[in-house]
Design a protein around this ligand. Structure first.
Ligand SMILES: Nc1ncnc2c1ncn2[C@@H]1O[C@H](COP(=O)(O)OP(=O)(O)O)[C@@H](O)[C@H]1O
Ligand SMILES: O=c1ccn([C@@H]2O[C@H](COP(=O)(O)OP(=O)(O)O)[C@@H](O)[C@H]2O)c(=O)[nH]1
Ligand SMILES: [Mg+2]
Length: 238
């Protein structure tokens, strides 16, 4: 069972790890636009006493969040919790909230925070592993503050997959997973919601020095080579 993080500001990399990461090209000058002057102050990686290490994985629809999460899981032993997938499971289980969630997803809207955070909480509590990738959440400021209040923790780091809209549309239309929201009308709505709501979240974590902006154009493997150093430095610091 994971234990609740006592601090809302836990951070992982020592300044030497951060230097090494930068030297290895983990983030481009573009990514640095989002980084604060003094990003990492923490000592350990997965905080020993808290036993909880959280990464939020953000980006627009089709930016490759799920694809890269699978690679992070494979290489670094994280538990992947996709907020969208948890909501789809809730629909499939015919739960009380299922119809409301389905309506919101079809319209590309953001499901009320409490519903999503409770599902994430259940996922985290049912898992012995303390290393979590929380994929596709928080989608807006209200999501972000609800997570802090309900879970009592902040992410240690935040990945943001930066992808042009045309590429996201192309990928979603080719996704072929039978999702009710992978059609051009819903994609356009989702992109509008994304454009209107993601920036304050990104900006918040940037100012806290937790944000890694990853260029999401390239092959899946090329993109993972941009992601890998972020986690490799973390492992090295343990
Ligand atoms: N780098 C990439 N280049 C081309 N297609 C990709 C790339 N990464 C992922 N995809 C494909 O694009 C679609 C969306 O990827 P996914 O990981 O589901 O994105 P997200 O979770 O951000 O919506 C999937 O069909 C996936 O196979
Ligand atoms: O925290 C979340 C995550 C997802 N969704 C809903 O679920 C849909 C699909 O989300 P998912 O992350 O699976 O989509 P992706 O970005 O991976 O295409 C979104 O458009 C929202 O309607 C939501 O309301 N809150
Ligand atoms: Mg996804």
């Amino acid at each position: 069972m994971w234990r609740r993080a006592a601090s809302l500001s836990s951070s992982i990399f020592s300044s030497s790890s951060r230097r090494a990461l930068r030297d290895r090209g983990a983030y481009s000058s573009k990514a640095m636009e989002f980084s604060s002057a003094e990003p990492f102050k923490g000592e350990g990686c997965l905080s020993k006493e808290k036993n909880l290490y959280i990464t939020f994985v953000l980006g627009g629809p089709g930016s490759g969040k799920g694809t890269q999460c699978a690679k992070i899981v494979e290489n670094f032993g994280y538990t992947h919790l996709s907020a969208g997938e948890l909501l789809r499971q809730e629909i499939a289980s015919n739960s009380e909230d299922g119809v409301m969630i389905l309506d919101m997803i079809k319209e590309g809207k953001i499901v009320p925070s409490e519903v999503t955070v409770k599902l994430i909480q259940k996922g985290m509590e049912s898992c012995d592993n303390g290393k979590f990738l929380i994929d596709g959440f928080p989608r807006n400021e209200e999501n972000r503050t609800a997570f802090e209040q309900i879970i009592g923790a902040e992410p240690n780091i935040v990945l943001f997959f930066d992808c042009p809209e045309e590429e996201m549309i192309k990928r979603v239309l080719n996704r072929n997973e039978g999702r009710v929201d992978d059609n051009i009308d819903t994609i356009r709505k989702r992109l509008k919601v994304f454009a209107a709501s993601h920036y304050p979240v990104i900006d918040y974590y940037s100012k806290k020095g937790k944000l890694y902006k990853i260029d999401a154009i390239g092959t899946e493997d090329e993109i993972f080579e941009r992601v890998r150093p972020v986690f490799a430095a973390c492992e090295g610091a343990q």
